[in-house]
Structure formats: C-alpha cells, structure tokens
Design a protein. Structure first.
Length: 139
C-alpha cells in the first residue's frame, strides 16, 4: 500500500506519541517520499491528532513533519513505512524494548502467550487477558 494513499486510523501508516502519551499523531497519508521531505522544511503529513484538547476522537488535518518528529516518538509503523523511513526502524525497536520489557503478549494470530514479538507485529495492540494482544497491519 502506498504511503501517499489515505488510510483510516486503524490502519495508520505510522503512529507517533508524546513522551507522556497525551498527544498522538496517526499518519494517514504522506505527500512526498522521505527523500523529498528531507528537502522541504515545510513538509507535511495528513494526520489524525489526539490530545487533551480534542480528546480521543482527535482532529484530522495537515501537520508539519518537523512538529510531529519534535513532539513525539514513533510507537507503531507499517512495513511500508519502515521501508520508506528506515531510520525509524531503530527508534521503533528501542521503544518496543523499553515499553514492553516486562510484558507478556498474546499473539492475536495463534492465541499463544509469548514473551516477545517481532518488530513488525507491534502495529496494533490491546489489553487482552493480562497480556497485550498483538495484531498486524492489514495490507
């Protein structure tokens, strides 16, 4: 799936979160390649943003890439995102290790409780029976 195609919140290309989790940026569409964005100080993504001011429903609109990256860290990404933005792979892996260090996981595909999950399976997670239920992006 192209990153330049608009998707719904549940299939966001990437999700960034503030350190305290109050702000979240769900990237629903990009307008240029990563290489093109690096040349544009005013590059933007189409995002759904949640915050204490707008609640969990959030508001959609164009957001400067610099503001997203300054205010948040990547917490979820599609395989396509990680292919286009390879530098985010290490940041996502660091987040996964820190956030889920002491957690156990319920693999949504098998129902098995496991101690670790592959990087690309972090896309969506929900509390499930004392563990995190992990699902993959729909492609």
């Amino acid at each position: 799936m192209s990153l330049r195609k608009t998707v719904k919140r549940d299939n966001a290309h990437a999700v960034f979160s503030s350190s305290n989790g109050d702000w979240k940026w769900f990237v629903l569409k990009t307008y240029a390649t990563a290489k093109g964005e690096s040349k544009n100080a005013f590059g933007r993504w189409f995002c759904l943003v949640t915050s204490p001011f707008v609640g969990d429903a959030g508001e959609m609109g164009d957001t400067y890439i610099s503001k997203v990256r300054q205010g948040g860290r990547i917490v979820a990404a599609s395989p396509e995102w990680l292919s286009e933005y390879p530098d985010d792979r290490d940041a996502l892996e660091q987040y996964r290790r820190a956030a889920f260090k002491s957690q156990r996981y319920c693999d949504a595909r098998t129902g098995e409780i496991v101690d670790s999950i592959p990087l690309l399976d972090i896309a969506h997670f929900n509390e499930y029976n004392g563990a995190l239920a992990v699902g993959q992006f729909n492609t």
